[in-house]
Design a protein. Structure first.
Length: 221
């Protein structure tokens, strides 16, 4: 599968999402569970990623876990940075997850299995509270984002082949539209605009940022 040969960190910021931050009380565990149990009417933000795959490509089923960790200082989201040698999304920031296998009974099973394999968090620590709309990536995946609440304490045992680093970002930072940047890259086949959410030395962008935007819209609807 072809890769995008550009550095998104060097691109100028076109604009910001700009929406108000979601109130902190709406990011607590009980409020999150209630939102997924009784979802509002809302519309996902559709991102078309066509520049690195033919239009007639059959999409590969995949799932990721959006792990909301209940820290004493406030909820966080856990991410991985992928190792540089991987074929898909090498070096990028991602959620734990991967392609569905034939023995997975559902996207939820895929997300829980992949999370345990990639970062070592056992599913007994994870309370799955719902899913978000599928996200289609430019590298040919149909991804189901599974949202789970993770209760510490737990240990991280990252797979060194796939995961270079595991880190957490405050959910309140990510659920603030002023931290959502739009940047545009130009290709021979046209331009591609995507969201970027820089946090400290980490650069969250692409499909991961797109799924975060949909979580943001869902929680603020």
């Amino acid at each position: 599968m072809p890769r995008l040969h550009f550095d998104p960190e060097l691109l100028p910021v076109d604009s910001l999402g700009g929406e108000e931050a979601i109130a902190s009380e709406r990011l607590m565990a009980d409020a999150l569970r209630a939102r997924f149990a009784n979802p509002p009417a809302w519309s996902p933000e559709i991102t078309v990623e066509r520049l690195v795959r033919p239009m007639d490509t059959t999409l590969t089923e995949a799932a990721v876990l959006l792990p909301i960790v209940l820290r004493e200082t406030g909820p966080t989201l856990l991410f991985t940075q992928r190792t540089a040698h991987l074929n898909d999304h090498a070096g990028q920031i991602s959620f734990p997850g991967g392609r569905m296998e034939t023995y997975d009974g559902s996207p939820i099973e895929t997300a829980l299995r992949e999370t345990e394999e990639e970062v070592g968090i056992n599913r007994r620590h994870i309370d799955v509270i719902g899913t978000l709309p599928e996200y289609h990536t430019g590298t040919g995946f149909r991804v189901t984002p599974v949202v789970g609440i993770v209760q510490p304490p737990f240990e991280i045992h990252a797979d060194p082949f796939e995961v270079a680093e595991v880190f957490e970002v405050p959910l309140s930072f990510l659920m603030d539209g002023m931290h959502h940047q739009r940047r545009t890259a130009e290709f021979l086949t046209g331009s591609r605009t995507f969201y970027v959410m820089p946090y400290e030395r980490f650069f969250i962008w692409g499909a991961t940022a797109g799924m975060l935007r949909n979580l943001f819209h869902f929680l603020r609807a």
